[in-house]
Structure formats: structure tokens, C-alpha cells
Design a protein around this ligand. Structure first.
Ligand SMILES: NC(=O)c1ccc[n+]([C@@H]2O[C@H](COP(=O)([O-])OP(=O)(O)OC[C@H]3O[C@@H](n4cnc5c(N)ncnc54)[C@H](O)[C@@H]3O)[C@@H](O)[C@H]2O)c1
Length: 422
């Protein structure tokens, strides 16, 4: 009954229209004055890029940026000397400026773009300062450490006429676009459940020559710097799920344990939770460092079929049992199921019962490369990126909800409670 009332109060279309407002609550009021058009970069001018945090991801992005037509990596910054040196090398620019303080990089007048790739707790301070200094920002995911930072980021992005993109590169995958269009087109009937997970068999801990770098290099272990598996890994899967469904979770809970790695870390090595969406759809969210069998994957279950998404490929299964779907008001776009009739495989849009739709070929383009290209298109044309502040705030909100629950013995948290924080 409660679910029906909620669904009645806010239709999916209304929700999508009010998406950013609901996503960040009060913070979006500050963003309401956001410029309709962003200020594009001079099409003929070179674009100078500075990269903050030249660790593993920052160096990868440095190399991708340096490969772009008309782009020069002019500045790199890191507090760990070997990584700073690697950044200098990967910039491919023998005149690159190297900094130990990110504020110095942001203060360079001739830097047009700032790439933010340090640990999560620094994403918002660096991104806000860069936007306020008139730079475009490519920030790594996830968007913010906590609700206070998320509100600051939304306000700053809303007040800026510069491009702000959060690196959820999976949204650039052709396989994702196809999966999204199938789900939203009704191919799987009425969606009732989803499952998403990010599983690995690894410690996450880096061996250090000098323990003084513990918290700088093993930052993922500690609550001060990030939200563990939820903000670092599962946000990728949550981001895709929320983008496809177009809804937000209204409540959720999550249990977490350190089952294997009792090495002083603060974050759980295994967790399992659930979310209830505003239209009543239920989802399971899990992650572990103790078993990699399921990898990173998600599945959506509907009355007419299931889609299992594995990145560059997905698998489709059609329901074969007799169903009385019309009696519960389910219409289906691709099939003609009559009351008491089986859903025939030949009625399905794809003719095999468990078809693998495979995008892994020699021509498949890397999602991160596409995200970088998308970013520079936006910078040059003054357009808003797909993974903009409003959109990227949604997986953070869901992750915060589950994170607080996992730190609080699995107590259920509501979205409202999370939005009121900060
Ligand atoms: N989009 C993706 O698929 C993807 C993949 C990997 C990592 N990431 C994200 O990229 C970010 C970095 O991850 P990583 O794997 O490269 O971690 P990392 O530990 O290899 O690199 C982080 C770097 O930040 C540096 N750093 C710490 N404090 C700093 C400061 N005050 N100023 C400047 N530099 C500082 C560290 O010395 C380190 O070199 C994280 O937010 C992570 O979630 C995204």
C-alpha cells in the first residue's frame, strides 16, 4: 500500500523531470541559477591540461590526454615523488611543470583543464577550486566523499559556466547504450528486480618500502579518504543502474564485514545490501575482495526477460513460462502475450533464448578513451557532458545510503536522511 501511494505521488516522468532537484535536495537550489550554455574553449586554440594525482589512474589519463589532438599536458602534481616523476614522463612534454601542491597547479593562468585523480576525499576541494579559477574539470569518480562535499560540488558546478565531468566511463559503452535502449523500450516487460556486484580476489593493499606512505598510497583502506568498495567500485555499477532505470532508491540497508583481510584496514572486504527504488523495484548490491567469480556485472529482471550486463557484452534471456501478465496490467512492446498464453521465443525481438550480444571485437573502442573524447567535445563546443554534476550525484547518494548503513550495523537508511546530512 505504501508503495502504491508513493508511486502515485510521483510518476517516473515527473521524477525524471525533477531528477537533479531530488538528487541533491537543497544543494540543487544553489545550482538552479546554472548557466544554460557552458562557455566553450576557442576552437582554434590549444588546450592546456594539468593533472592532479599522478598515481595509477592519473597517469593513464595523462597519457590519454596527451594523445588528444590540440591538447598539451603542461602540469602534473603528486605528493609521492615516484608518482610525480611518472606523471612527468607520461605527459610527453619535456617542458611540463611538476608540482607537489595541487593549489599551485590550479593557480596556473594558462591551464585550461584540470584532471582530478587523487584519492576521493580530495575530489571536491580540487574540483571546486579549479571551477572557481575558470578551469574545465575532468574529475575521477566518485563525485564526493560525503553529503557535505556533494552539496559543495553541486553548488560550485551550478555556478560555473565550465565543463564538469565525472569519470563514469561505462556510460560511453555502445553495449550500455544498447542495453539501456532495450530496457527503456520495454523489451523485458515490467522491471521488478536488479542485482549488481563488483567482486575481486585481491587485497587492495599495496606493499610499501617506507611505512610513512601508508595513508597516502593505501588510502582506500581508511574512512578518512573514501567509502571503500561502495564509493570506489560499486558506484560504477550503481551509476549504470540508476541511469537505465531513471529512478532513485528511497531506502536501503547494507551489511559489511572484514572476513579475510584483518590487516588494520577500516573498510569491509565484503558487503551485501539492498535498495528499494521509488517505484518499488528491489535491488541487491554486493561486493567482495574474497572471490572474483562474478566479476563486475549487473542484471535486470523483468516480467518478460532478463538482461545480464558484463561490460562489453550482455546476455538476454526470455521468459518461457505461461504468464497471466495482462491480468496484472503488463503491456509489452515486442511480444503479444495473451492471457494464459506462453511467451513464445519466436515472438521475442532477438530470436535465441539466451543470446549473447557481444561488443568485444577488434574495433571496440575503450570506454575511458571515449570519455576523454566526450569531455573535449564538451569543452570545445560548450555542451554539458552526459556524466554531469546532477547525473553523477545520483550514484554517490545511493552509495552514501548503503555506506552509512554498513557502518551502522545494517540499519536501514532513507534517501531523505542522507540528503539532510552535511
Ligand atoms: N574511472 C575508473 O575506472 C577508475 C579506475 C581507477 C581509479 N579511479 C579513481 O581515480 C582516483 C585515483 O585512483 P588510483 O588508482 O590512481 O590511486 P593511486 O593511489 O594510484 O593514485 C592516487 C595518487 O594521488 C596522490 N595524492 C595523494 N594526496 C595527494 C595530494 N594532496 N595532492 C596530489 N596528489 C596526491 C597519491 O600520491 C597517488 O599517487 C580514485 O578516485 C579512483 O576512484 C577511477
Amino acid at each position: 500500500m505504501a508503495k502504491m501511494e508513493r508511486a502515485g505521488q510521483l510518476s517516473r516522468r515527473d521524477f525524471l523531470k525533477s531528477g537533479s532537484a531530488m538528487a541533491v535536495g537543497a544543494a540543487s537550489l544553489a545550482a538552479a541559477g546554472a548557466p544554460a550554455l557552458l562557455r566553450g574553449q576557442n576552437l582554434n586554440g590549444r588546450i592546456n591540461v594539468g593533472v592532479i594525482g599522478t598515481g595509477s589512474r592519473g597517469c593513464y589519463l595523462t597519457r590519454l590526454m596527451a594523445e588528444q589532438e590540440g591538447v598539451t599536458v603542461t602540469d602534473v602534481c603528486d605528493i609521492y615523488p615516484p608518482h610525480l616523476q611518472q606523471g612527468v614522463q607520461d605527459s610527453g612534454n619535456d617542458k611540463v611543470r611538476a608540482h607537489e601542491q595541487w593549489e599551485k597547479l590550479v593557480g596556473q593562468q594558462d591551464v585550461d583543464v584540470v584532471v582530478v585523480a587523487p584519492p576521493l576525499f580530495l575530489h571536491v576541494p580540487c574540483s571546486v577550486a579549479a571551477l572557481q579559477a575558470g578551469k574545465h574539470v575532468f574529475s575521477e569518480k566518485s563525485m564526493a566523499l560525503n553529503m557535505k562535499q556533494l552539496k559543495q560540488m553541486m553548488a560550485a558546478a551550478g555556478q560555473s559556466d565550465r565543463v564538469y565531468l565525472v569519470g563514469y566511463q561505462s556510460r560511453m559503452l555502445d553495449s550500455f547504450a544498447e542495453a539501456k535502449s532495450l530496457v527503456q523500450g520495454g523489451a523485458f516487460g515490467k522491471i521488478t528486480q536488479f542485482y549488481l556486484h563488483y567482486d575481486r580476489n585481491q587485497t587492495w593493499r599495496k606493499e610499501l618500502e617506507d611505512p610513512k606512505w601508508e595513508r597516502v598510497l593505501n588510502w582506500r583502506m581508511y574512512r578518512e579518504y573514501c567509502g571503500g568498495i561502495l564509493t570506489e567500485l560499486l558506484t560504477h555499477q550503481i551509476d549504470m543502474m540508476l541511469d537505465i532505470l531513471g529512478t532513485m532508491p528511497v531506502r536501503g540497508s547494507c551489511g559489511g564485514e572484514i572476513i579475510l583481510y584483518k590487516d588494520g584496514r577500516e573498510h569491509h572486504d565484503s558487503l551485501m545490501g539492498y535498495m528499494e527504488m521509488e517505484d518499488g523495484v528491489l535491488g541487491v548490491v554486493s561486493g567482495t575482495f574474497c572471490n572474483a567469480r562474478w566479476g563486475s556485472c549487473w542484471a535486470i529482471h523483468g516480467t518478460h526477460g532478463t538482461i545480464e550486463f558484463m561490460g562489453d557484452a550482455f546476455r538476454i534471456f526470455w521468459e518461457k513460462e505461461t504468464r497471466h501478465l495482462q491480468s496484472v496490467g503488463v503491456q509489452h512492446k515486442f511480444t503479444k502475450v495473451k492471457l494464459g498464453q506462453s511467451l513464445d521465443v519466436s515472438d521475442a525481438p532477438i530470436t535465441e533464448p539466451d543470446k549473447l550480444v557481444d561488443y568485444r571485437s577488434a574495433t571496440t573502442r575503450n570506454a575511458s578513451v571515449k570519455a576523454v573524447e566526450h569531455f573535449f567535445d564538451c569543452v570545445r563546443n560548450g555542451t554539458r557532458p552526459v556524466m554531469d554534476a546532477a547525473s553523477a550525484s545520483r550514484p554517490s547518494l545511493a552509495a552514501f545510503m548503503l555506506y552509512h548503513s554498513s557502518q551502522d550495523g545494517g540499519r536501514q537508511y532513507t534517501l531523505e536522511e542522507i540528503q539532510a546530512m552535511g
